[in-house]
Design a protein around this ligand. Structure first.
Ligand SMILES: Cc1ncc(COP(=O)(O)O)c(C=O)c1O
Length: 449
């Protein structure tokens, strides 16, 4: 690890992992960041969390924020509104799937998801259908670290030790190649849960249309989506998409919803809307959801201090403008395909690599035991952690996870570069990544038991 990295005993910060040493990143430009020792890293994770979709050091976005801040940086939305908030809502409706007509702003992804859950529940209450509260979602997912969003995942590894605080929602297994390639088992599981809890108590089905860190770049087969739409029609629950990562261009469409055979009732989005230049999220709903409030109490008053602030919305507007001006979504769509092919070719012939998945600039690599292409790697090997640390040594930032103990997925890596990364930078990311995986595969050879 680079010298200059900060260890937990040398800081007042309460770090995420106390045994890790964190490089101090001091600047960024395009797809590169630099630490305090001068070491440079290729950022194949758009700022680490997939938020920095336009790369680092975008002076146009910074200038738009500065202009707005010097006119009016902040007013709360409870008693007044402001021009950037009004314009950004209109633009988001414009780029959303057909039938989505209203936008509620929030500050981040978990807030967007919580607001979507509250909106879905309130929709039913507004219609006099007051029993509906339960949410059903795929178990292998991530929707945020707050109590309500932790309740939406079905992963004990993420929920511990907060179990006593979490709402008791229900989960179904993901329909991956390993357990359910056709999607039929997930639909059967959904039917079982609907019967157990009573469909009249179900408020929403909540999912990532294309998964991010939980199952990188995975999406259920078409049969599942069509079956889900049939069940919504029959039972009257809403469908909410967590597009915190996939929204605003990441998969080569404005929203991943536009790639699937099903229009959701509510979309929650965040990261790419601020592109790493501000904290902003949005909940976008279909007209029939809004109309339930319009014909009902005419109120939906939950909210946070920074929702719809002029500064955040002005940055969001400029981000959308850059995406259109530079035709970045078209680039992500076209280049994403080539990038997946390039990544798969670079990892070809490595028995530890089972699958390379991709939708636009959201790519995922799934690992298996090199001796048996169906088995997870032993958790004791800590492959995910080795991949990330080896990549950092080689000047590359990727994001790997090992949710093995939750039972649905093993070690895996997410690869999600900024949309603005040059062809040369993308190829160099792939080269460093393949080198990393080769080194990790060799390092575990003698340790497989
Ligand atoms: C799919 C997904 N949903 C929700 C969240 C939570 O967003 P935030 O960290 O902005 O609260 C994340 C964060 O990584 C995410 O990847």
């Amino acid at each position: 690890m680079a010298e200059g990295a900060v260890a937990s005993e040398a800081t007042r910060v309460f770090p995420l992992e106390l045994e890790r040493r964190y490089p101090v990143v001091v600047r960024g430009e395009g797809s590169w960041v630099e630490d305090s020792t001068g070491k440079r890293y290729l950022d194949a994770m758009s700022g680490g969390s997939m938020a920095a979709t336009l790369g680092h050091g975008r002076h146009d976005v910074i200038a738009a924020g500065a202009r707005q801040a010097s006119t009016l940086s902040y007013v709360h939305n409870e008693r007044v509104t402001n021009p950037p908030r009004e314009r950004l809502a209109a633009e988001l409706v414009e780029i959303s799937p057909p039938g989505m007509t209203r936008v509620r702003f929030v500050t981040g992804g978990a807030e967007a998801n919580e607001t979507a859950v509250q909106m879905a529940r309130s929709y039913h209450v507004e219609r006099g259908d007051t029993k509906r509260w339960q949410v059903i979602s795929p178990a292998q997912a991530y929707h945020g670290p707050t109590m309500a969003t932790l309740g939406l995942t079905g992963r004990p590894g993420l929920q511990r030790p907060f179990g006593p605080y979490l709402p008791q929602h229900r989960h179904i297994p993901p329909s991956t190649w390993r357990f359910d390639p056709s999607g039929e088992a997930a639909l059967a599981a959904l039917d079982r849960v609907l019967e157990e809890v009573g469909p009249e108590n179900v408020s929403a089905y909540f999912c990532e249309p294309i998964s991010a860190a939980a199952l990188p770049a995975y999406s259920p087969p078409e049969r599942f989506w069509r079956g889900l739409a049939e069940r919504r029609e029959k039972h009257g629950f809403l469908i909410c998409y967590d597009e915190v990562v996939t929204g605003i261009g990441r998969t080569g469409e404005w929203f991943a919803a536009q790639k699937l055979p099903l229009v959701p009732d509510i979309i929650a989005t965040a990261k790419g809307l601020g592109a790493g230049y501000t904290a902003i999220g949005a909940v976008i709903c279909a007209d029939h959801v809004y109309q339930a409030f319009a014909r009902g109490s005419r109120r939906f008053v939950v909210g946070h201090t920074w929702d719809g602030a002029p500064l955040s919305c002005a940055v969001g507007l400029e981000v959308l403008d850059v995406l259109r001006r530079e035709r970045l979504i078209e680039r992500v769509r076209a280049k994403g395909l080539a990038l997946k092919t390039e990544l798969a070719a670079a990892l070809e012939g490595m028995p530890m690599v089972r699958e390379v998945r991709g939708h636009g600039f959201l790519l995922g690599v799934e690992y298996v035991d090199p001796r048996d292409p169906r088995s997870f790697l032993q958790p004791e090997l800590g492959v995910a952690r080795r991949v990330d640390l080896t990549a950092m040594d080689k000047g590359l930032i990727v994001y790997s996870t090992m949710p093995t103990r939750d039972g649905f997925a093993g070690d895996q890596t997410l690869f999600a570069p900024p949309f603005t990364a040059s062809d040369g930078d993308l190829s160099e990311m792939v080269r460093r990544f393949a080198e990393t995986i080769r080194a990790v595969a060799m390092s575990i050879e003698g340790e497989l038991s």
